[in-house]
Design a protein around this ligand. Sequence first.
Ligand code: ARG
Length: 635
Amino acid sequence: MAANAADDQLSALLQLGSLDEYPNCYPEINPQDIYRAHITSILHKISGVDKTIIYNALQWTASLDKGDMILAIPALRVKGKPSELGEKWLESWPESPLVEKPVVNGTFMPFFFKPSPLTQATIPTARKLGREFGANKANGLKDRADPSKGKKRMLVEFSSPNIAKPFHAGHLRSTIIGGFLSNLYTVAGWDVVRINYLGDWGKQYGILAVGFERYGNEEALARDPINHLFEIYVKVNKEIAEEKEKSESLQKDGKTEEAQSIIENGTDEQARRYFKLMVDGDEKALALWKRFRELSIDRYKETYNRLNIQFDEYSGESQVSEEAMDAAAKEMLEKGIAEESQGALIVDFSKHVSGKAGKALEKPIIRRKDGTALYLTRDISELLNREQKYHFDQMIYVIASQQNLHVKQFFKIVELMGHKDIAAKVQHINFGLVLGMSTRKGTVKFLDDILRDVGDYMHDVMRKNQDKYQQVENPDAVADILGISAVMCQDMTGKRINNYEFDMAVMTSFEGDTGPYLQYAHARLCSITRKAGLSEEDIASADLSLLTEAHAVNLVRVLSQWPDVVQNTLRTLEPTTVLTYLFKMTHILSSSYDHLRIVGQESELMKARMALYDAARIVLSNGMRLLGLTPVESD
Ligand code: ARG
């Protein structure tokens, strides 16, 4: 077959498939769409049902043995008994070049695709599109009919650790899920802005500054700012606690004056004064804080790079201006949303939202008696500010489900303030807890500790297979990447909302549905490609009709689903949608190797099988990169 014969084949298929156009039909980049359009036109002719209804009713199947696509007959909303309707339609079912004649199974009509055209539609498309296979940039267009109107803008706020405090499991999950969602929307053609909203303001920076004056060490700060600042923070907090205890016991002993003097001149008070200087814009006080912040960000950036994440903006609680918060508070007061209560400003939701929902939102404070703003107030102002700054189409906040109430509160307040349009475009993507997250040396403090520890563990696992281990060129680097994949896949295995157990033995295993398993599957495909040593022209000219074995056919069937899986993920916003698919695909792939050998085969068959494995490698690599993993090339 000539190199461009595959292209001709595909256009012939497209003519068969795209008899009609549908709003979300992209047959040139999504093989399943050819079938959707084709089946729709057949069913429309026979049943007279509206094409869009049919098109949208054609669903995925749970597994290949249930067919390639399935129709729930009742979804067509035709009067009559579904099974009888189905039987009637089958009587006039025409011979199709693309699908086998279906059968009616209860209220369902499953469709099996004819293998040969599916192979022709899938492998060349995947190979031609390469890294773009699965992507559909039209998703993110403001107007699909007129691309010149530009892309929609998505803000994703995620990770958001607190400077000088531990990077806990909640931040880890937010980082992984947020990174994934950013990739997902990028692949879907949106203009994605990644925002890290740091916990970088508050009295704790006063504490930190006072502590730095006592224990700070410039060299340690430059070397390892995150840990150094944390150590100082812990030390000073301990002193504050001791002072408090001491003053309480003095008080008990009637030594009121001494007790009072500790409170008035103690560390806590010094910290409070320091933070006050910061709030009032004292340059010297701010300079130190700024240095802490910048050094911490620099260090975080290195770690985020290891996870393939780059933020467009490091914002944070410190960046929300006091004026903006004052203005927001004033507005809330004027609009009757906020009210005074014992000198503070609160929002009593039961007065604004009726019934249980209002009660459930409680009565949060938005400004303390002493005039200082809170976490909640900052989020309100920051959201209004982001609207001004970015004019976004949608925004996602990736925050642990422990903060569900907080997020509901600030979304609702913004809505009550009259910004219904803004409230309608923000979304909270939440997630459950990680249980038992600890390193071998104790509880986890920072992201780096987690990654280093899992990397070490991974290295031990690799050493257990000495034969393989000897062949690995740079075991440290490989262990590092595999370790990161292990952590990430474990995190993305279940639905986001589920809690999971942090288990190093399970996540680092090469067996079972783990990150290392996926990496191994990818490395194996790369190694097959190297060993086969075929040129691009050889593979492109392969006669794909030679791929007739059940294993080859099933592999093609599952590969053809990839663009649909991405579309489905845009609906679920669950990393597990992608991961579950990748495991399904790689299981079929691993069981195929013995049946679909390359080495030692006659040359035409070699080429055809190589084209199939190449398509599999493309899908696997695209899927892994969508999840944020770095696919390794050598096994
Ligand atoms: N820094 C916060 C924490 O560690 C998370 C911030 C979440 N984002 C937000 N907009 N509130 O709990």
